[in-house]
Design a protein around this ligand. Sequence first.
Ligand SMILES: Cc1ncc(COP(=O)(O)O)c(C=O)c1O
Length: 281
Amino acid sequence: MPNYFCVNGKIVLAKNAKLQVTDLGLLRGYGIFDFLKVENGIPLFIEDHMTRFQNSAKEMGLKLGYSVEELKVLVMKLIAKNEFKNGGMKIILTGGYSADGYLPAKESNMIILLNHFKVPSKKIFAKGVKLMLHEHFRHSAVVKTTNYIEPIRMANDLKKAGATDVLYYWDGKISESSRSNFFIVKKDKTIVTPTTHVLKGITRKRVMTLAKEHYKVVEKDITVRDLKNATEAFLSSTTKGTLPVVQIDDIKIGNGKPGKVSPHLNELLKKQAKNYKRNFK
Ligand SMILES: Cc1ncc(COP(=O)(O)O)c(C=O)c1O
């Protein structure tokens, strides 16, 4: 575990990193966050992540006293202090120490954590994953809130079903997974991803831009019937890149094996990350 974290702009020893129990993040689940990958000491696509963090704060009416550039400086300081090379960076903003236990305080609390995490193994990429359909939509889906109650309480059901994660749908339309965006590939190689009730993933955006150079890409609703006709499906996220989905409930996607589009896009993502690191200032 890294030795230092950042609490309200100050770098402190991890064991001394504390918030009081009246914080609204704890009392009412009122908080937002963002998460990015650190590779060789470089926070990948930090500008995009900090911009989304800023937008999430604005949408939730949380006071964020830092510009994107100032947040970047803080994150770089923390990475340097820990001599941190590879892992993840999580930045969290909460409603602060509420006077009445309900309404946000004048000052929010902001913490920055570094952590090590596991990426899916090569075997999982080669085999693909199974998802479980679940009727649910996230409130304020464009905001990266700290609320992951629904998928966490479903962990046992997922295990029983042999599924890696949920695939949310609402009103017959697929939206996203618990921590990833969702794509299908149609017979004519058109790539489709939903737009409603989804977090605008940083990886989703990059996948769409990169894919447009090779495939037709469309943002529109996906129905359960579309899943049955898809030749390929995959998830996208910061930790996964693009990860093939081969089964959803009892629906086999394509021939039940990962297709070629998802690995192709994952290679393009890796190349883009390499370029980003090369040009990072
Ligand atoms: C609900 C949800 N959708 C999608 C994503 C993927 O977003 P990103 O590509 O920015 O990691 C996440 C990331 O954690 C998420 O929580």
